[in-house]
Design a protein around this ligand. Structure first.
Ligand code: ADP
Ligand code: ADP
Ligand code: ZN
Length: 223
C-alpha cells in the first residue's frame, strides 16, 4: 500500500498533539512528536537530552542538526511503513528543506501539511492551562478536565505535571520564536501545493472534522 505522510503545523498550543490522534486512527500512521522525544531524552539524561534541555526550558528551538538527525532515524523505523505524522517538526526553513531532501532520498512520499490556525490570545489560554501525563504524554487542560499537577492520569495512572516551558515567560518566548522562525513555512508549503489550512479555534471535534474534510478536498491554492 502507498505510504502517506503528514505534518502538523501551527503555533505551540494550537492543538497539534490533540489532533494527532485522529490522523493516527484514520490513516494508521506513526505519531512522531519531536517535543515528546526531546522531553524523554531529558528525562532519561541522554546526551541528546543534555544538549536540548536548556534551549527547551527557555522556550528556544534546539539546533537544527539535532532534530533533523532524530527525525531521520525515526522515519526509518518499522512502524512508519504505512506513513508518519510529524508533530512539531519542521519548525525552520532549514528543517523543511532537510526533510524534503531526506524524504526524496529515502524514496518516501512528500508529506501533506495541516496548518492549524489559532490566534495568540487563545494560545495563551491553552498553554497556561495545559497539563500532561509524564508516562503516556496524554494532553489535558485544567478548564476541560478536572485535574491538576500531582493528580493521576485518567488514561494510564501516571503522574500529571506542567511542562516547565508552559510557564508565562517561556510561552511568550515560544510564540515570538514561532512567528519569527516557523511562520515562513506557510508560504513555503503553500507554494509547493502541500498545505491545507484548518481553523483551530472551535471545539476539538469540530477542528478534527474540518481537518479530515480539508484533507479529503485537496491542497489550498498557491499564492
Ligand atoms: P500543541 O501540540 O499544538 O502544542 P496541544 O494539543 O498540546 O497543542 O494543546 C494545547 C492545549 O490546548 C491542551 O491543554 C489541550 O487540551 C488544549 N486544546 C487542544 N485543542 C483544543 C480546542 N480545540 N479547544 C480548546 N482547547 C484545546
Ligand atoms: P509545543 O508544540 O507546545 O510548542 P513541542 O512539544 O513541540 O511544544 O516542543 C517543545 C520544545 O522542544 C520546543 O520549544 C523546542 O525547544 C523543542 N523542539 C521540539 N521540536 C523542535 C524542532 N523541530 N526544532 C527545534 N526545537 C524543537
Ligand atoms: Zn497517562
Amino acid at each position: 500500500m502507498a505510504q502517506r505522510n503528514f505534518i502538523l503545523l501551527g503555533p505551540p498550543g494550537a492543538g497539534k498533539g490533540t489532533q494527532a490522534a485522529a490522523l493516527v486512527k484514520r490513516f494508521g500512521v506513526a505519531h512522531i512528536s519531536t517535543g515528546d522525544m526531546l522531553r524523554e531524552a531529558v528525562e532519561k539524561g541522554t546526551e541528546l537530552g543534555r544538549q536540548g534541555q536548556e534551549y527547551m526550558n527557555a522556550g528556544k528551538l534546539v539546533p537544527d542538526d539535532l532534530v533533523i538527525n532524530i527525525v531521520r532515524q525515526r522515519v526509518q523505523e518499522s512502524d512508519c511503513e504505512a506513513g508518519f505524522l510529524l508533530d512539531g517538526f519542521p519548525r525552520t526553513l532549514a528543517q523543511a528543506e532537510a526533510l524534503s531532501a531526506m524524504v526524496d532520498e529515502l524514496g518516501l512520499a512528500q508529506p501533506r501539511v495541516v496548518n492549524i490556525v489559532v490566534d495568540d490570545e487563545e494560545i495563551l489560554r491553552r498553554l497556561s492551562g495545559r497539563r500532561m501525563c509524564r508516562e503516556c504524554n496524554a494532553i489535558y487542560h485544567v478548564a476541560q478536565h478536572n485535574l491538576d499537577v500531582g493528580d493521576t492520569c485518567p488514561a494510564c495512572g501516571g503522574k500529571i505535571y506542567q511542562r516547565p516551558d508552559d510557564q508565562k515567560e517561556a510561552i511568550a518566548e515560544r510564540l515570538r520564536v514561532y512567528h519569527q522562525q516557523t511562520d515562513p513555512l506557510v508560504p513555503y508549503y503553500t507554494d509547493r501545493g502541500q498545505l491545507v489550512a484548518v481553523p483551530g479555534e472551535g471545539p476539538i471535534d469540530e477542528v478534527r472534522d474540518a481537518m479530515l474534510d480539508r484533507l479529503a478536498a485537496g491542497p489550498d491554492e498557491g499564492a
